[in-house]
Design a protein. Structure first.
Length: 419
């Protein structure tokens, strides 16, 4: 009998221990879920009323660059020669609408247009790009513009009123003599040959960033070449350049198409694919490079020494996932905001670990949605500004709403106002 009682007590005790353990596991799981839900990150809401309507019946074409200057004026560049033909037909045949806006536009914080200039001018002392690409306003207030059209091998520099200051490189410098270029090689495309070791000219520049401390311009060069180039920002003299992993840039490599079935993997490619889409400096003087079509961001010292990299959405075909970046405005720049023009969202990334936290946005043409979100910039208050190419053809503002709870890896969709 005593043996039977001991056995029964053992079974009851075991069952009780299992129940306690189960409760502990459940509590741990709930605690983990709660912690995931309570993770804090910057939050945003679209401002559907920004900017104000443009004057003079102006409309935008593909919008492929945005920057915020030290006065919190928002600058953008678009391609006035890509304004929808149906809109121009309306102007020509059915009324006063519409007129392509000048390529360079600037807005104040309230969304008023305060600058408008640029484009091809007969007899001008500069060669305007066939296809404008990227805009930057440096610490002296100068406006820099690149270009990714066929012959574009130059960078332009202007005052904020559009007065020409300097041209670096010459349009058409990358033209290839003789037969058409090998379509399979990234180093020679569409009749133009790359030369990532040219000290004087460029190969379809995507973006410029000027470091105020060293007065050096970092060039994402680009859509034909495969390098980051560094110039003296006053003279335009080339000082150094590098390719992927800090190696000499590779132009003549035949770059096989990436496939999601594993036949070819983009990971650890020893070359930048076209385009090298951004080269921006953080507060701790690291250079973050958008190797867009390789679906990766690489980080370097100012001298071009490789530091680390991150991959994102590595099954993204053709246009890639890493389009442009902006850094948060806290003293440590804890976050990176990255535009992904294929998935049509903005990715919030922990800068130290290069870990994606969450995303917002969706495909579409309504406020807060994207169609080819191409470029991104941030003002002193932490508000984000994006421009869209393809069918988007606009600039949008996303108001910083402070830190808020997010779920790791979540896609929060359209950042629509709560009220």
């Amino acid at each position: 009998m005593r043996k039977l009682i001991r056995s029964r007590n053992f079974l009851i005790g075991s069952a009780f221990a299992v129940a306690l353990a189960g409760l502990g596991v459940a509590q741990f799981a709930l605690q983990g879920k709660a912690e995931a839900q309570s993770m804090q990150a910057p939050k945003f809401e679209v401002d559907p009323f920004w900017p104000k309507p443009l004057p003079n019946h102006w409309v935008l074409g593909m919008s492929i660059g945005v920057w915020v200057d030290n006065n919190d004026h928002i600058w953008m560049v678009h391609r006035d020669n890509t304004v929808d033909r149906t809109i121009l037909q309306l102007k020509n045949h059915q009324g006063s609408c519409c007129q392509p806006a000048p390529p360079v536009l600037a807005f104040d914080e309230a969304g008023n247009n305060i600058h408008a200039w640029g484009g091809k001018v007969e007899g001008a002392p500069y060669q305007w790009p066939e296809s404008n690409h990227g805009i930057f306003v440096d610490y002296k207030g100068n406006v820099w513009i690149g270009g990714n059209g066929g012959p574009d091998s130059q960078i332009l520099k202007f005052t904020q009123d559009g007065k020409f200051l300097m041209q670096i490189g010459k349009s058409g410098a990358r033209a290839k003599a003789g037969a058409a270029a090998d379509a399979n090689a990234e180093g020679a495309r569409n009749g133009f040959a790359a030369n990532s070791n040219d000290p004087d000219n460029f190969g379809r520049v995507a973006k410029i960033f000027v470091d105020p401390k060293a007065n050096e311009a970092y060039i994402a060069d680009g859509y034909l070449n495969h390098r980051v180039a560094v110039l003296d920002a006053d003279t335009g003299k080339m000082k150094r350049w590098w390719g992927a992993y800090g190696q000499n840039p590779v132009d003549d490599t035949v770059q096989p198409r990436y496939t999601v079935d594993g036949q070819h993997d983009r990971a650890h490619e020893n070359f930048f694919r076209n385009p090298v889409h951004c080269a921006d400096m953080s507060v701790d003087r690291l250079i973050y490079v958008c190797d867009r079509v390789n679906d990766r961001m690489q980080v370097f010292t100012p001298e071009g020494k490789f530091v680390k990299e991150m991959y994102y959405q590595t099954d993204t075909l053709t246009d890639g996932s890493v389009w442009d970046i902006a850094f948060s405005k806290d003293p440590q720049q804890k976050y990176i905001f990255m535009a992904d023009g294929v998935a049509e969202h903005v990715v919030i990334i922990d800068r130290q670990t290069l870990t994606p936290i969450y995303t917002f946005g969706d495909g579409g043409n309504s406020a807060g949605e994207f169609h080819g979100v191409h470029s991104i910039a941030i003002d002193s208050k932490g508000n984000l500004f994006t421009t869209e190419t393809y069918g988007g053809r606009r600039i949008q503002k996303f108001v910083y709403k402070g830190m808020g709870p997010v779920t790791q890896g979540a896609d929060e969709g359209v950042a629509w106002p709560k009220s």
